[in-house]
Design a protein around this ligand. Structure first.
Ligand code: SF4
Length: 355
């Protein structure tokens, strides 16, 4: 998609697409121009032996443009610093991305996870989510999704080892943007992520899951937000799921590639008094069995993080412990997700446009 000055942003191009735009076939020199853009933040076709005319033509057609970092807020936690960056896009819209430290046994700095946005706002309207409350503005283009990673690495100097599509927006509601960004992030001449280091986090539109499967990325991680044990409550908390019940969702997930070491992550935001009632663990467990019949599934239990417009309260330690035990007794594997970034509104469902 052309930028405002008519040039295409290289951050949205795979190497083959870049080479096609250059008007020539694959060449080492072009590969170096492409690689340097992602590794060093420099787009300088004139420094490589590709011919003066070709270099000029490329510079006229392609540019490297990073989103502007407007603000960064940080919070120290047990695993390191969580940082939220507010980024301004070409049209003045703003998105956020979050650097989340990875829990390690040895408390030494290492690559972090970057949580990126896929839309400005979100049309899914989940009642516990800040982005949902703000409404939908527009989809992000591939270069704007990759641009969050590029700004994190090149402008902010963050060491990023994994990317999770879990910021503002429903990734599968912007399928083309997501697919384009995945292709660039996986490009061996560019960011060169492995599929195992990328996770798509979705509320699970079944047709979107089928399209994701159609990309043929067998090692891409998938994480689904469940948040309710039955259709009625899920429809209340996440209105966009009303058209497709849990049975349909589980059937779509069961068809997603279940490689031997694949574990379907099922996110469950624990809201005491709302979604932890009698029978909930058994219903969740039945969903896991249906969604991952030949593979493994794990519940990521996330304590609810009340934002500025809370719909409930945060669970106590005892409530978290009790719900974990009940889930395990019902046969579910459970991981407790330690909240990181609560104070700076960087926890799940709390990214917004204003920061
Ligand atoms: S939880 Fe995700 S899908 Fe739901 S409104 Fe928020 S950003 Fe959108």
């Amino acid at each position: 998609m052309p930028e405002s000055d008519g040039r295409v942003n290289i951050l949205g191009l795979t190497r083959p697409a870049f080479e096609t735009l250059s008007g020539g076939g694959r060449s080492r020199a072009l590969g170096r121009v492409y690689r340097r853009a992602f590794a060093e933040g420099r787009f300088e076709p004139g420094t490589e032996p590709i011919g003066r005319e070709k270099a000029a033509a490329l510079a006229a057609r392609v540019a490297l443009r990073l989103p502007a970092v407007e603000r960064v807020v940080e919070e120290e936690g047990p695993f390191g610093t969580t940082a939220k960056a507010l980024l301004r896009l070409d049209d003045g819209q703003r998105v956020e991305c979050v650097r989340v430290p990875v829990a390690r046994r040895v408390p030494e700095p290492g690559p972090a996870t970057l949580c990126v946005s896929t839309q400005v706002g979100c049309r899914m309207g989940c009642v516990f989510c800040e982005s949902g409350r703000q409404g939908f503005v527009r989809d992000l283009r591939p270069e704007e999704i990759v641009g969050q990673y590029a700004a994190a690495r090149l402008t902010l100097g963050w060491d990023i080892g994994q990317i999770v599509f879990m910021g503002m927006g429903e990734p599968l509601d912007n399928f083309d943007g997501l697919a384009g960004a995945l292709a660039v992030l996986l490009d061996e001449s560019g960011p060169a992520f492995s599929q195992d280091d990328l996770t798509v986090c979705t509320i699970g539109p079944p047709e979107g899951i089928a399209r994701l499967k159609g990309l043929g990325l067998k090692r891409l991680n998938l994480s689904v937000s469940l948040n309710a044990p039955d259709d009625a409550l899920r429809g209340e908390l996440m209105p966009a799921t009303r058209g497709a019940g849990l049975e349909t969702l589980a059937a779509a997930l069961a068809l997603y590639p279940q490689r031997r070491n694949f574990a379907l992550a099922v996110n469950y935001c624990l809201m005491p008094g709302l979604n932890d009632g009698e029978g909930a663990p058994e219903e969740i467990s039945a969903f896991l069995r249906a969604a991952a019949p030949s593979g493994r599934a794990v519940v990521n239990l996330i304590p609810y993080n009340p934002g500025p417009s809370p719909i409930g309260r945060a669970p106590t330690e005892a409530e978290i412990e009790s719900f974990t035990r009940r889930l395990e007794a019902a046969g579910a594997r459970v991981k407790l997700r330690t909240p990181r970034g609560r104070g700076l509104m960087a926890a799940c469902g709390q990214l917004g446009r204003a920061g």
